[in-house]
Every structure is written in structure tokens, then in C-alpha cells.
Design a protein around this ligand. Structure first.
Ligand code: SD4
Length: 319
């Protein structure tokens, strides 16, 4: 039976879910509008500090943004990675989608594109950035993402070219639960059109230039009208190695339910990286959903569909 229009997204970002559901029910708006406007709410409200400006600085203290939108009807995608100085990451991704034949623009040139499209350059830094970076340095720069570098300078960034690379491993510490909450939203409109939208400021203290899974098609999100969609959150450096969202959709294409697909994706990641935080939400074309996670203390998802009179949150049990 028909369970759409529906919006499902990662975490308890209910304002974003409500916004997307409202847009789905507005005349003349598309499912792409719904995920873009929904994720934009999170960027503006800086959901958990992990979406939008003013969160997750890299090891030089700069916040950069990753976002993507994918249309499951046409299989068109627009995305930005490492976007600098522009707050509206998913809106810029949508401009890539709508006004170019490309899929992904990155870094300074993504910024230049955005400026040409009329977006305003702004400072994305945290207001208390100096304090935040000092605190990190006082904690021996943990977490950090360097490995196999000998000299202690690398432990604390910023990166300086150094030939002295040797076998001493600096342990990479897991980021904690709270600095790690990307929005990944899947929506289906009344006609069964599916779209996915994602937006994040990535990992805190990442190396400058690092782009995570969020703007990578098939990793941070994937949608196909014929099957369904998926969106991932967690340690993107690990998750993108498994094309987590694509894998979930393909598993459904081969007959798995959304819950089975979600469980299998997390199990696959667990085979190699049992200590990495990873979570996925999966929606099939009929509006059935499932979710799975590992390591996260909790992974709520939020849902709004035509059978509900208000948005609801469901907790996922992590393995
Ligand atoms: C990343 N996957 O940049 C994102 C971060 C995230 O929950 O999902 N946080 O790796």
C-alpha cells in the first residue's frame, strides 16, 4: 500500500523533516525542492553543529562544506566538496545539478561557481574558533587524522611539507558521537519520484582538502525511482570505501527489504572496520524504511509520511 509522500532522514533533525514534508505537499514544488529546502533548514540552524557554517573546523581552523542532491528519476546529481566561504552548500549543489552538465565541483572553484550564481561569500568560522583550536592543542591534538608520520609537528597541523616520513604511527582517534551528525534525507513525492539530499561540514580537525562521503554519489546518498534511496552518516573516510548508499539500493534491487539492506551494509563495513562509526537510513520506492548503525551510542531517524499527523522519531539499535 502507498506510504508516500514521505520524508526520512538521519538523526532527529525534525525541523528539516517537517520543512521537506511541507514542500512535498505544496503545489508546483518538486521532490528535489523538498530535499534541498529541508536540508537548507539544517544548514541555517547549524543542526548539531555538524551541518552548515560554524562547525567542524579543519586542522587550520576553517569550516568547509560538502553537499549533494540526486534525482532518482533522471539519475542526475549535483554536488560540492570542500566548499569554502559559502553557507548554502546544498543550494549550490542544486545549481550544479540544474545549471551545469557536471556532477561535483570542489574547493575554491566551487566557491567561484557559487559566486557567479549569485551566492554571497561569507566567513564560515566558528565564533569561538581560537578557543576551540587551543583546546584541541591542549589535548595533544586529539583527534587527528595523520598516520605514519614521525615528527610531532604533524600531530597538530597545519600541514607543512616534510620529507621526514617514517614508520612511527600516530594513532588515529575516533571522533566522538556528537561532532558527527550529517543530514542525509530521502523523499518520495506523490507520484513516486525519489530524491536524496545531503549536507555536512565533515569531520572536525580533518586535513585541509579532505572531502568525506557526503557529496559522493553512491556513498553519502543514492536514489533510483525504480528501487528506492539511501543516505549514510558516520566516518565518511571509511564509509565511502563501501559505496554504502549505492550498496543499500542495489541490495533492495535484488530483493532485500530496506531493513535487511541497511543491516547488510553495516555488516559489510563491520567486517573490515568494526570500530568505525557508521549509520545508514534506507527507503524503498513504496515508502518502507529501515536503518542500521554501529558504534554510535544512538542513531535516531526522523520520518514524516502521509499516514502520520506529525513528524516522528525512531531510534535505531546499533550493533
Ligand atoms: C563525513 N560522513 O564527512 C560525514 C560526517 C558525518 O555524521 O556523517 N557525520 O565523514
Amino acid at each position: 500500500c502507498k506510504k508516500f509522500p514521505i520524508v526520512v532522514n538521519t538523526w532527529d533533525f525534525t525541523n528539516a523533516t517537517i520543512k521537506a514534508f511541507e514542500v512535498l505537499n505544496q503545489k508546483g514544488k518538486t521532490v528535489i525542492d523538498a530535499v534541498v529546502e529541508g536540508c537548507t533548514i539544517c544548514e541555517e540552524q547549524q543542526c548539531d553543529g555538524s551541518v552548515g557554517f560554524g562547525g567542524s573546523p579543519n586542522e587550520e581552523g576553517e569550516t568547509t562544506l560538502d553537499a549533494m542532491v540526486m534525482d532518482g528519476k533522471t539519475m542526475k546529481v549535483g554536488a560540492v566538496g570542500g566548499l569554502r566561504y559559502i553557507k548554502d552548500a546544498i543550494a549550490v549543489a542544486r545549481h550544479v545539478f540544474q545549471y551545469t552538465k557536471h556532477t561535483l565541483l570542489v574547493g575554491d572553484q566551487a566557491t567561484e561557481f557559487a559566486v557567479k550564481m549569485g551566492f554571497e561569500k561569507q566567513n564560515l568560522s566558528m565564533t569561538n574558533i581560537n578557543e576551540f583550536m587551543d583546546d584541541w592543542k591542549n589535548k595533544s591534538c586529539q583527534p587527528n587524522y595523520w598516520m605514519n608520520v614521525l615528527d610531532s609537528e604533524h600531530k597538530c597541523g597545519p600541514y607543512e611539507k616534510n620529507e621526514n616520513i617514517a614508520g612511527n604511527e600516530i594513532k588515529v582517534t575516533l571522533v566522538d558521537n556528537r561532532n558527527h551528525d550529517t543530514i542525509g534525507m530521502i523523499a518520495i513525492d506523490e507520484d513516486g519520484n525519489i530524491a536524496v539530499g545531503t549536507s555536512t561540514n565533515g569531520l572536525t580537525y580533518k586535513l585541509p582538502g579532505r572531502v568525506g562521503d557526503t557529496p559522493i554519489v553512491g556513498s553519502g546518498g543514492y536514489a533510483d525511482n525504480k528501487v528506492g534511496g539511501a543516505a549514510a552518516t558516520g566516518d565518511g573516510d571509511v564509509m565511502m570505501r563501501f559505496s554504502a548508499s549505492f550498496l543499500a539500493v542495489e541490495l533492495m534491487r535484488n530483493g532485500k527489504t530496506p531493513q535487511e539492506a541497511a543491516d547488510l551494509v553495516i555488516a559489510r563495513i563491520a567486517e573490515y572496520f568494526p570500530d568505525s562509526i557508521a549509520a545508514i537510513v534506507v527507503l524503498d520506492k513504496d515508502g518502507n524504511y529501515g536503518s542500521a548503525c554501529q558504534i554510535f551510542e544512538s542513531f535516531p531517524i526522523s520520518i514524516y509520511n502521509s499516514e502520520l499527523d506529525k513528524v516522528k522519531i525512531e531510534e535505531t539499535k546499533c550493533r
